[in-house]
Design a protein around this ligand. Structure first.
Ligand SMILES: Nc1ncnc2c1ncn2[C@@H]1O[C@H](COP(=O)(O)OP(=O)(O)OP(=O)(O)O)[C@@H](O)[C@H]1O
Ligand SMILES: N[C@@H](CCO)C(=O)O
Length: 311
């Protein structure tokens, strides 16, 4: 049996729309992501379990994880023995935490290991991006690659090996707050402008390249000083109840950055101290999330997708 865990991720990371993503690891040691379990069986079988399984279509053919199994058997490993695939759906749907990416990455990574196909990093990332695009309203790598590789990734189709890992200040904490309601990624993409002005395009390029370069030079405070989302946040904030109030309130509690995680509605902050992160988490639990929501104080998950057990 192969059991693979794939961590939640922050798409965009404020300054890099569709181009930056960061994997998350709660500091309390809990797992925030999906798990795929593959074991030998007399015939192919799919089970979806976990806290959010009931939020997915009951028809297996509509579940991304099962679709990955069908594709993998047809196009990657036609001679793979029959398998039982269980997806433990532990991330909410439409969360802004890379939920569909977690399912896709965990499933393909587990199948690749079980079948012994030894796909390359690029082959796996392309396969994963193909599937995540099916439901996300566009092909973007900024959940897939941090989820798979871990850390903070500068990522895109034109980048060699599809991704470049960027350093961050190891002292940074990330508070991720899922409010308890969903926001469909395709809907959140539909409200964005179809084109950018020359000025907006140049500024986006300057901001992303300077942010990435400053991180590589370990000028972390300078990187934070330009870490703003002028591309998606202005259009998506109105879709997320409470976001604007949080953005106005959290800096006084020590949040250096407050922005939308991926397509939302999850909000994330960057804090330089645990005390600031705890203060922000407390405010978010009181003012931003409902009974279906949650809030985690995290560091980056530098391990990415990994096997939990091999039996
Ligand atoms: N295993 C799966 N995990 C997540 N979504 C799935 C899965 N299988 C099918 N889906 C469908 O894919 C769509 C995913 O929607 P969307 O991309 O908005 O959210 P997400 O990927 O779950 O969350 P996030 O905003 O964190 O990326 C939903 O309609 C959901 O029903
Ligand atoms: N870059 C994607 C992230 C989705 O999680 C978007 O903002 O639409």
């Amino acid at each position: 049996m192969i059991e693979v865990y794939a961590p939640a991720s922050i798409g965009n990371f404020a300054v890099g729309f569709d181009a930056l993503g960061a994997a998350l690891a709660p500091i309390d040691g809990s797992l925030l992501g999906d798990v795929a379990v593959v074991s030998a069986a007399s015939s192919d079988e799919f089970i979806c379990s976990g806290e959010y399984a009931h939020k997915l279509p009951s028809d297996a053919s509509e579940n991304l994880a099962y679709q990955c199994l069908v594709h993998f058997r047809a196009h990657v490993a036609p001679n793979m023995p029959s398998v039982k695939l269980e997806l433990k759906k532990n991330l909410p749907i439409g969360s802004g935490l890379g939920s569909s990416a977690c399912s896709v990455v965990a499933t393909f990574a587990a199948l690749d290991k079980f079948a012994g196909t030894k796909l390359s990093q690029v082959e796996l990332i392309e396969l994963m991006a193909d599937f995540e695009a099916v439901v996300s309203g566009g092909r973007h790598y900024d959940n897939i690659t941090p989820c798979y590789l871990g850390g903070l990734q500068l990522t895109g189709d034109l980048i060699p090996n599809k991704s470049i890992a960027l350093p961050v200040d190891e002292n940074w904490y990330y508070v991720a707050a899922f409010p308890g309601f969903s926001l469909n990624t395709a809907k959140a993409r539909s409200v964005l402008p179809k084109e950018l002005s020359m000025h907006a395009g140049v500024e986006f390029a300057q901001r992303l390249s300077a942010f990435s370069s400053l991180l590589l030079m370990h000028r972390f405070d300078d990187a934070l000083s330009i870490m703003q989302d002028h591309i998606a946040e202005p259009y998506r904030a109105p879709l997320i109840t409470g976001f604007s109030e949080a953005k106005a309130s959290l800096p006084a509690l020590g949040a250096e950055i407050v922005s939308i995680s991926g397509a939302g509605p999850t909000l994330f902050t960057v804090c330089k101290t645990l005390k600031a992160a705890q203060q922000c988490a407390q405010w978010l639990e009181s003012n931003y999330i409902n009974e279906q929501g949650f809030c985690h104080i995290c560091k980056l998950d530098n391990d990415g997708t990994r096997q939990l057990t091999v039996l």
